[in-house]
Design a protein around this ligand. Sequence first.
Ligand code: HEM
Ligand SMILES: N[C@@H](CC(=O)c1ccccc1NC=O)C(=O)O
Length: 289
Amino acid sequence: MTKEPSADSVVGCPAGPLPGSPDFGDQTVTSHHFGEEGAKLTYGSYLRLEQLLTAQVLESDPPAHDELLFITIHQVYELWFKQLLHEVDAATGAMFGGRLWWAKHLLKRVAVIEDVLIRQIAVLETMTPQDFLVFRELLSPASGFQSAQFRELEFASGAKDPTYLKRFRGLTEAEQQRLADRLRAPSLWDGFVHAVGASGLPAATGEELSDSLVAVARDRDKYGELWELAEALLDHDEAAALWRARHVTMVERQIGTKSGTGGSTGAPYLRSRLGLHYFPLLWEIRSSL
Ligand code: HEM
Ligand SMILES: N[C@@H](CC(=O)c1ccccc1NC=O)C(=O)O
């Protein structure tokens, strides 16, 4: 057990105002401005807090107490989805560029963020079905099904199901374009297949690839970097599967067997997606090891 340091026990951080820091009445240090002078950058302007903190607009009137939580959770998800796409794109590029250690580094971050996404479902589960029902009807026909970034993540990982392009209603032109672009762009899986080929192992057909992956697994002295990369991809795949499973249990807790606001059967539709794997071959080779 490590002891939590008290404020006055931290080296260089005595109790009381920090010398030279803004708004502490210390006028002696003028050579360093800590972002507080004139029109210089501030915390709020840098983080665009005016935009961020005015973007929670409730549908319910009078306001349903839990609708703010509902909006906040979804906005936080979309911010993390944006970050995940940033990392997944960079990891794909790194694999095509032969920088496998960087791809692995980024994929580890992806899995940690996904762990946060899984765990934050518990926050929304503090909302009871009764309190959700106060505003649920107002949400129809909107639904998480329409999250373009969520689908982009699926496509960017390797699960490219073009039928989703037609099944979406209400997406903006820009969102539709982004999804169409994603269908053509190389995925994480394409990047990994490239990396296997670049290492000298056969990777032209599914069978060759499967044999090569078994060879990688059996000789980690030789192919350690590829093996670890494959494991990092599997972590991402597993985390996405865990999120889907966690989401559907929450859905059943909130709406039981009711159909969804997005027009699907609800939990049965979501359960039909639980078998989805981004990298099926990485799971299949387990049976041959
Ligand atoms: C009270 C909480 C929630 C309920 C009851 C709920 C319910 C549902 C239902 C019923 C669907 C199926 C589509 C339809 O509406 O017909 C769905 C899909 C979806 N929801 Fe939620 N959801 C909740 C929270 C969330 C949260 C916090 C997120 C985070 C972004 C989310 C993301 C999604 C996504 C991405 C889909 C599409 C899944 C797919 O097509 O595989 N949901 N949700
Ligand atoms: N589909 C949910 C409603 C819902 O959760 C939702 C509604 C609007 C925007 C995002 C949502 N989140 C996930 O589906 C339902 O049927 O209750």
